[in-house]
Design a protein around this ligand. Structure first.
Ligand SMILES: Cc1cc2c(cc1C)N(C[C@H](O)[C@H](O)[C@H](O)COP(=O)(O)O)c1[nH]c(=O)[nH]c(=O)c1N2
Length: 230
């Protein structure tokens, strides 16, 4: 067993590249290019996801790569049913705007990707999950974020679609009982991105001020010095 190697520092350009990926990543639902995603690019994205942290190194994820138009059509129908229900849940004043939003890119992207969490992968007792069983789900979300950032660097737009009944995803994708669908993602090349979240650009909701969200030493306590807002 070898010990830790020196943590090689990032160059200024490397640092800027990481922050650029973080700050310019977008949830993308439209304006996908028709170009296919090359196998080596997809492989790099999946490898980035697979290098996410996970509770007890459980690695609870699987990646279901969906290219079949027939499967996508079933998924789109499941979205449509759930979205029609969702529209009715918003108050009248928001319903019109909600219905005008484009909230998925299922059939217009070359690849859909369902990232799942196998809740039994590590056996009944997993280091770090002993009191908090949902840590495997949180780990899977880390994999999603890794992939989302890597995709930004590769020029691939990613849209997360969550307007489904899980049972529909389970049935269409033949998921075993112990496997939870965590993220349904639509992936395609893009050459244009919103410079702010699309929901903000369209007047749905704005980014909260960071300073309102930072507490010191306990809930609700404002720090003496706040980090500067970006
Ligand atoms: C868990 C989860 C689930 C969803 C989303 C995100 C996440 C994290 N988002 C995308 C969401 O609207 C978007 O992230 C925010 O509006 C912020 O925009 P940017 O991601 O910064 O572009 C999303 N968007 C959408 O159009 N349809 C959807 O069903 C969902 N579902």
């Amino acid at each position: 067993m070898s010990g830790p190697a020196p943590a090689s520092p990032f160059s200024e350009d490397e640092k800027q590249a990481v922050y650029r990926a973080i700050h310019t990543r977008r949830d993308v639902r439209s304006n996908f290019l028709p170009d296919p995603i090359a196998d080596d690019v997809l492989r790099r994205l999946l490898l980035a996801a697979h290098h996410a942290p996970s509770v007890g190194f459980m690695q609870p994820w699987n990646f279901i790569v969906i290219r079949s138009p027939a499967v996508k059509i079933q998924i789109k129908a499941a979205f449509q049913r759930a979205n029609d229900e969702a529209a009715q849940m918003f108050p009248e004043r928001q319903r019109k705007l909600y219905s005008a939003l484009k909230l998925e890119g299922i059939t217009e992207t070359p690849i859909n990707l369902c990232i799942t969490c196998d809740r039994q992968r590590g056996g009944p007792v997993v280091l770090g999950r002993t009191q908090n069983m949902d840590m495997d789900l949180y780990s899977t979300v880390c994999a999603v974020q890794n992939l989302w950032l890597a995709a930004r660097a590769e020029g691939i737009g990613v849209g997360w679609v969550s307007i489904f009944h899980d049972d529909d995803l389970r049935r269409i994708l033949n998921l075993p009982d112990q496997v939870t669908p965590v993220a349904y993602l639509c992936l395609g090349h893009v050459d244009k991105l919103w410079s702010q979240p699309e929901l903000q650009a369209k007047g749905w909701r704005s980014r909260l001020p960071l300073d309102d969200l930072v507490f010191a030493d306990g809930w609700g306590q404002t720090p003496d010095t706040c980090p500067a807002e970006t």
